[in-house]
Design a protein around this ligand. Structure first.
Ligand code: SF4
Ligand code: SF4
Ligand code: SF4
Length: 331
């Protein structure tokens, strides 16, 4: 049973809301494993042409407003993830920026959205279960009626994903929910259904992981079939295999994620952080048993705070060594 906003406020009035959650709510925050029927996305940066169709489709599917900046009042031009932008394509560029998928004098694209962590810190940090991981699909969803606006999820998320509607009278937390409303009707994520190249590919995580192993065995320069839209769609394009990085981002990071990345450019060039295999939740839970069970929430938030401090320092250093631009800036 979920704790609703009014129940939490009643508890908070007693002054010990974080420490007096009932056993069932605590159970919902136990360390998670990947559900067998988990759904996700494989984003292959080498197939992405930066067309931004996925960004438009995402806004349309989720009723999000365009973002205008400066004099460019004709086009939706988001700078980053925001309360109106759940999915953004960014561009890495270095030196002359001439060659696609090359680290030196090259460029490459990266898609940013919620990664649907296998063991999500945001879910653990949320004191009222407004964020929850679906037991069947593993999709991390948001319940606006339960949310009390504490924004612990924002601090706890190691990927800086959840955003807050500061401009709204009844603000909500905003993040990708893998288009679960479309999946419930038998569809797939909007970003994947419109992607012309198959760079964003929807499917069961088990099959997507199998696909990553297939791609890592491809011989660079040789032609192969790459599925489009969904791994089970039966549709495909034929491309020359790139020289992939030998690591799939999201395979192991912090317990793994259901949205995974492949690339020919090192992931740190996109500003993606390096993480250990163990999740913040399992780290905090380990300590939790040595202290007391209510401590898991502040610990996850603390882990997020430490990470944010380190990340800010790292991004300053990264900005000095290479330039990463939003795709829109170059349009
Ligand atoms: S990426 Fe952040 S918001 Fe998304 S599931 Fe993981 S912790 Fe939660
Ligand atoms: S799955 Fe849906 S909400 Fe998430 S990035 Fe794709 S289109 Fe946007
Ligand atoms: S629709 Fe596909 S190719 Fe176009 S920007 Fe998005 S991921 Fe890249």
């Amino acid at each position: 049973m979920k704790m609703k906003r009014r129940d939490f406020l009643k508890g908070a009035a007693g002054g010990l809301a974080l420490l007096t959650l009932d056993g069932k709510v605590v159970d919902a925050r136990m360390v998670e494993a990947l559900p067998p029927d988990a759904l996700g996305i494989l984003y292959d940066s080498t197939l992405c042409v930066g067309c931004n169709a996925c960004m438009s489709a995402c806004k349309e599917a989720n009723n999000k407003k365009p973002e205008m900046h400066g004099d460019q009042q004709l086009w939706d031009k988001p700078q980053d993830l925001s309360a109106s932008t759940l999915n953004i394509i960014k561009r890495y560029s270095s030196g002359t920026g001439e060659h696609k998928d090359q680290e030196e004098d090259g460029y490459a694209f990266i898609k940013r959205q919620c990664l649907h962590c296998v063991d999500p810190s945001c879910v653990t940090a949320c004191p009222v279960s407004a964020l929850a991981k679906d037991k069947e699909t593993g999709i991390v969803t948001y319940d606006k009626d339960a949310c009390i606006g504490c924004r612990y999820c924002q601090v706890a998320c190691p990927y800086n994903i959840p955003k807050f509607e500061w401009d709204d009278f009844y603000p909500e937390i905003v993040k990708c929910q893998l288009c679960s409303h479309l999946i419930a009707q038998g569809g797939i994520s909007a970003c994947c259904s419109v992607c012309p190249t198959g760079a964003s590919l929807f499917g069961p995580v088990a099959k997507l992981r199998e696909e990553t192993r297939r791609r890592l065995q491809m011989k660079p320069g040789k032609r192969y079939k790459f599925p489009v839209s969904s791994i089970d769609s039966g549709k495909w394009h034929e491309f020359e295999a790139p020289k992939y990085e030998r690591h799939v981002y999201g395979q192991d990071e912090l317990g793994g994620t259901q949205v995974m990345y492949m690339s020919a450019v090192p992931f740190e060039k996109f500003g993606l952080p390096s993480f250990p295999k163990e999740s913040f939740v399992s780290m905090a839970s380990g300590i939790q048993y040595a202290i007391y069970k209510g401590m898991v929430y502040p610990l996850v938030v603390l882990a997020g705070l430490i990470f944010m401090a380190k990340k800010n320092k790292n991004s300053e250093e990264a900005e000095q060594s290479a330039s990463t631009h939003d795709q829109g800036e170059d349009a």
